[in-house]
Each structure stands twice: as structure tokens, then as C-alpha cells.
Design a protein around this ligand. Structure first.
Ligand code: NDP
Ligand code: HSE
Length: 398
């Protein structure tokens, strides 16, 4: 029997607990032994729970029990998740987490600490909910030089965009539904302002390129400024608007961007709706591979965490690949070429002369909506300045 402890009995932690119970026969067969939840730590009162004796509010109960070999962290937030994770690793207990905030911020420290203690730190559930994306990146694709990765990495915002623009719901009711379904972060500004996507693309980038990207240094836009007008223009060009995390390796470093993109229907991502996430990874041998599935929710996320537990129990996790092995420079996001959707104000009569080869979607003397040729944001800003125009809206196109 392998004894585990679960920290945090909310949406995800209770999902892990129930999945272990519901899938007991499958897990016993896969692991060759039973997985037993010995402790659940949560600050709330669970005295009327059928297994109330398992609940504790004291991390020492878990740290001091030599029979607990795996700890599942599903509390969220940075503190005390950071301290508890370090204490567990130093007590030679492997840790599995869904908490992207701590992985993106402290993953470098955790992975190195886990290696020093000969245990595992696994975090598949921290990116893409139930979609296996980090394991393929760390294992199946690890012989490739990764060139770029981009994806829909937040279920809440994809759900909101779908409900608003396909099902005509208000922003408020779409967000409320995402919260009721257990998709949203405790503070949903982390979802709608792109912070959660930023943490996830940083984790992907850290694995793919071996550096360490500070989430605070990443250009991050959310979905709150996306308007019905933007969506109508997108649809007129057979595109959808999706919040993407984007990272790419260049000669001069890596570029990391989080922003709404106008995604052509030619890309799989364009048709990925509701809570679904999708991530495309481009390796120099494999070319494009896209992983798609439920990006949030109780059981999809539990699925990823239980997969990590099995990896540890079966001794197949291997040595932890540490972040920050290489000195990777993050380059100015404004130097990355895209074609841009621009809504401009000012004297727009000669807009085609300012932006050669642009497609004009609408124009008057005082405003214009265009799609530029491939260029950089720096060049766009120079042209706009020289022509005394103003950018009212800028969306990158994929
Ligand atoms: P919840 O808020 O539903 O659950 C967290 C639980 O941990 C709550 O019961 C909370 O109690 C408890 N808790 C908070 N602080 C402590 C503490 N110091 N000691 C003990 N217990 C504590 O969050 P989720 O389950 O939704 O998310 C957990 C983590 O997983 C987060 O990092 C989240 O970003 C991530 N995640 C969530 C997904 C989802 O679909 N929900 C998907 C993928 C990742 P209280 O409520 O009283 O604070
Ligand atoms: N709030 C997150 C989302 C949870 O909506 O994607 C999954 O990480």
C-alpha cells in the first residue's frame, strides 16, 4: 500500500480523493498496490465527513509520518504552499501539484530541492488541466529542439469568450457560470487578466527552452477589452478570438507573449471552445503536435494529478528536469513579427500609404480598421506616430 496526503480539499483536492476511491480497481492494477489517502489537510471544518478521522489542520502530522511518501498539493496560492512543499520535499516526500502559481514562481527551487532529496516534484495538472502536455514535452518530444509553443491555456476565459460571443451571454453571467463549475481561480482577475495563462506559458517555456522566465516580466493582456466589434471583424475573416500564451525560440533569445489573438480557422485552436484548452508545440523533427482537452474542472484536473501519483508509485518519474539550466534571455515582445488587426483613429484617409499591403476592413476620414502585412509592433508604433494616428485596438493574428 502507498500512503498519500492531500493538501487542500476544494475542487481539485476532493477530485483526487474521489477519483482514487472511484477508480480503486484500475489504480491497484496499474500500480500493483493500493493507493490510500491517509491524510487530508484543509483549514475548513470536515468533522461530519464520512472519513473525518483523515482530516487534519496540522502539516506536522503529514511531515512526521514516515509512511506518507507522496503529497498532493491542491491548496493554491503561494503561501503556505511554498513552505509546505519545501518541507515535504526536505522530508523526502514526493510532491504532486496543480498550483501553477507556485510552479511558475518557485519551480526552479522545488525541482532542485527534489533532486537533492532524491524525490519527485510533478506538476502535469498545472498546465492544461486534464490534457497531458508537460509529460509529452519532457518525455516523448524531448529529442526535438522545440521551436515554439502556443495555446489556449485558460478554461475560464475560453468559456467566457464562447458564452459571450457564440451564446450571447453577458460577461458577468459567463464568469459566474465558470465560477459555479469550479473552473475559475479564487480571484478570477487571474483568469480574465491573463495572469494564469502567463504562469502556464512560462512553465511550458521553462521546460521547452531550459531557462527560467519570470512571469512578472512577460507582456500580459487579458480578455476584458475584447469587444463584439473585434469578434465581428474576426468572423468576417473566418477567424476566432482566443486568449493565447505564445513562446518562441529565436537567435537572440525567446519571446513570450500572453494576449488575445485573431486565430484563423486554418488552426485547430480556432475551433476549441468552452472550457477546452489546446496547446500546439512545434519540434524540429515532429513539426506541429496539438494537445486538446478539458483545461479545468474537478475530475479532468484530478486525472492529471493521479497520473503523476502513479508515475511516482511505479518509479517511472525519473530525475526531475530542472528549470533555469540555461541562461535564456527574454527578448522584447514588440520585436516579434505578426500581422496585426488595428483599429486606428486620426486622419486615416491615406491609410494604405501608411501601411502598405494592408487589408482595409473599414475606413472613414477619422478612423480605420485594418489588417497589416507581417510586421512588428515596434514598426507599427513608429508608423502610427509618424502619421499622427492613434492605436485604439491592436490584436495579433495567427
Ligand atoms: P479551491 O479553492 O476549490 O480549493 C482549495 C482548498 O484549499 C480550499 O478548501 C481551501 O480552503 C484550502 N486551503 C487554502 N489555504 C489552505 C491552507 N493554508 N491550509 C489548508 N487548506 C487550505 O481551489 P481549487 O481546488 O480550484 O484549486 C486548487 C489549485 O489547483 C489552485 O492552485 C488552482 O489554480 C489549481 N487548479 C485548479 C483547477 C480547477 O479547475 N479548479 C484546474 C487546474 C489547476 P478555503 O476555501 O477555506 O480557503
Ligand atoms: N482557472 C484555471 C482555468 C484553472 O480556468 O484554466 C485551470 O488551471
Amino acid at each position: 500500500m502507498v500512503n498519500i496526503a492531500i493538501l487542500g480539499f476544494g475542487v481539485v483536492g476532493s477530485g483526487v480523493y474521489e477519483m482514487i476511491k472511484n477508480n480503486k480497481a484500475v489504480l491497484t492494477e496499474t500500480c500493483g498496490c493500493e493507493i490510500n489517502v491517509r491524510y487530508v489537510l484543509d483549514i475548513r471544518d470536515f468533522s461530519s465527513h464520512p472519513e473525518a478521522e483523515k482530516f487534519t489542520k496540522n502539516i506536522k502530522d503529514i511531515l512526521d509520518d514516515p509512511d506518507v511518501s507522496v503529497v498532493v498539493e491542491a491548496m493554491g496560492g503561494s503561501h503556505p504552499a511554498y513552505e509546505y512543499t519545501m518541507d515535504c520535499l526536505n522530508a523526502k516526500k514526493s510532491v504532486v501539484t496543480s498550483n501553477k502559481e507556485v510552479v511558475a514562481t518557485f519551480g526552479k527551487t522545488f525541482l532542485s530541492c527534489a533532486n537533492q532529496n532524491g524525490v519527485s516534484y510533478l506538476y502535469e495538472a498545472s498546465v492544461g488541466g486534464g490534457i497531458p502536455v508537460l509529460h509529452p514535452l519532457l518525455k516523448c518530444l524531448s529529442g526535438n529542439e522545440i521551436v515554439k509553443a502556443y495555446g489556449i491555456l485558460n478554461g475560464t476565459t475560453n468559456y467566457i469568450l464562447t458564452q459571450m460571443f457564440k451564446n450571447q451571454k453577458s460577461y458577468e453571467s459567463a464568469l459566474r457560470e465558470a465560477q459555479e463549475k469550479g473552473y475559475a481561480e479564487r480571484d478570477p482577475r487571474a483568469d480574465v487578466e491573463g495572469i494564469d495563462t502567463c504562469r502556464k506559458i512560462c512553465i511550458i517555456s521553462d521546460i521547452a527552452f531550459g531557462g527560467f522566465v519570470d512571469p512578472d516580466a512577460v507582456h500580459t493582456e487579458g480578455i476584458t477589452a475584447v469587444s463584439g466589434e473585434d469578434v465581428s471583424y474576426a468572423e468576417s475573416r473566418s477567424c476566432s478570438i482566443k486568449l493565447l500564451g505564445y513562446t518562441k525560440k529565436r537567435e537572440d533569445g525567446i519571446v513570450v507573449i500572453v494576449a488575445p489573438f485573431m486565430v484563423s480557422k486554418d488552426f485547430i485552436l480556432s475551433n476549441v471552445d468552452d472550457v477546452y484548452n489546446a496547446v500546439t508545440i512545434h519540434g524540429n523533427a515532429v513539426e506541429d503536435v496539438t494537445f486538446c482537452g478539458r483545461g479545468a474542472g474537478k475530475f479532468p484536473t484530478a486525472s492529471a494529478m493521479v497520473g503523476d501519483i502513479i508515475d511516482i508509485v511505479n518509479n517511472t518519474a525519473g530525475k526531475n528536469r530542472e528549470f533555469g539550466r540555461k541562461d535564456v534571455k527574454v527578448v522584447d515582445y514588440k520585436s516579434e513579427p505578426f500581422s496585426f488587426y488595428l483599429k486606428l483613429s486620426g486622419s486615416c484617409a491615406g491609410i494604405e500609404k501608411v501601411f502598405e499591403n494592408c487589408k482595409v476592413l473599414s475606413a472613414s476620414d477619422s478612423s480605420a480598421v485594418i489588417i497589416t502585412d507581417k510586421t512588428t509592433q515596434s514598426q507599427v508604433e513608429d508608423k502610427v506616430k509618424n502619421a499622427s494616428l492613434k492605436i485604439e485596438r491592436l490584436i495579433r493574428c495567427l
